[in-house]
Design a protein around this ligand. Structure first.
Ligand SMILES: Cc1cc2nc3c(=O)[nH]c(=O)nc-3n(C[C@H](O)[C@H](O)[C@H](O)COP(=O)(O)O)c2cc1C
Length: 253
């Protein structure tokens, strides 16, 4: 089992590097680790009919690893350019093209990844405005195109003036280190998703019926009026939850 850390920061020993090292230093014994600092590589796009030895070397490291830890700071509310350039150049190795131009996951399909990012703004501001969301979304978009499965996210806000990562983040890094040390099946979240769905529906039905109780004085006890009010209230709650899990699902603190 091997875990590859990919660091896309301007600083080789900055906070993202520290988060990444904290994860990799705490993986189970027997798990091999390696870190690539992207700034040390001359990463350029793949030109047709020309060999690109740098991309070949990096792809080889990615292929021989089971889990990738992708660490990149948030610059201008986006993923750092170094990491974005790496993803852009790697595209031909991440996806296969169909004849109609659509892409399908390539050679890295079913590998796993953990994302790390950081930003200057405070934990409260990041919680409210989601400055780090775009960085995490870009990583997810690229990984999902390549069929790579997500394990989790670590976010470090409030980095202005910070020299070393705080204790609570070290603890979180250690927790993820244990999690990524275990070889994963292709995608083992199916049962978890069904359990979440069950509880979501149970809670929404309870809230809907709770809202219906005071409405009974206006709508009476007729079957069809109760059915219509249940459907409308349930739909509004479902739309809110789906919006939340689709757009606001990223860790912000
Ligand atoms: C070019 C650049 C742009 C940045 N843009 C933002 C930003 O939009 N919002 C923010 O909160 N922090 C921003 N930052 C701060 C970085 O996210 C912060 O310095 C990061 O924690 C540094 O990580 P490192 O120590 O791994 O380099 C920016 C930093 C740089 C260098």
């Amino acid at each position: 089992m091997k875990i590859l850390g990919i660091l896309g920061s301007h600083q080789e020993h900055g906070l993202n590097a520290q988060l990444l090292a904290e994860v990799l230093d705490n993986v189970d014994s027997g798990v091999e680790t390696e870190t690539v600092y992207l700034e040390n590589y001359d990463i350029t796009p793949h030109k047709y009919h020309e060999k690109n030895l740098v991309l070949d070397e990096l792809a080889e490291k990615m292929l021989e690893s089971d889990v990738w830890v992708i660490a990149a700071p948030t610059y201008f509310r986006e993923l750092s350019g170094v990491m974005k350039n790496f993803f852009d150049c790697m595209r031909p190795k991440l996806v296969y093209f169909k004849e109609n131009g659509d892409t399908i996951p390539g050679q890295f399909k079913d590998k796993h990844y953990l994302s790390l990012t950081s930003c200057y703004v405070s934990p409260l501001e990041n919680f409210v405005t989601g400055v780090t969301d775009e960085s995490l979304k870009t990583i997810d978009r690229v990984m999902s195109a390549g069929g790579v499965i997500k394990i989790g996210e670590i976010v470090l806000p409030g980095t202005f003036g910070m020299k070393t990562i705080p204790y609570n983040k070290k603890k979180l890094c250690k927790k993820y280190a244990k999690k990524i040390s275990v070889r994963k099946r292709k995608d083992d979240s199916t049962v978890k998703r069904y359990i979440q769905l069950f509880f979501m529906i149970a809670v929404m039905a309870l809230i809907t019926m709770g809202i219906q109780v005071p409405l009974k004085t206006w709508i009476g006890t007729g079957f069809w009026l109760n059915y219509v009010s249940f459907t409308i209230i349930f739909f509004v709650l479902l739309a809110c939850i789906l919006h939340f899990v689709t757009f606001v699902k990223h860790r912000r603190r």
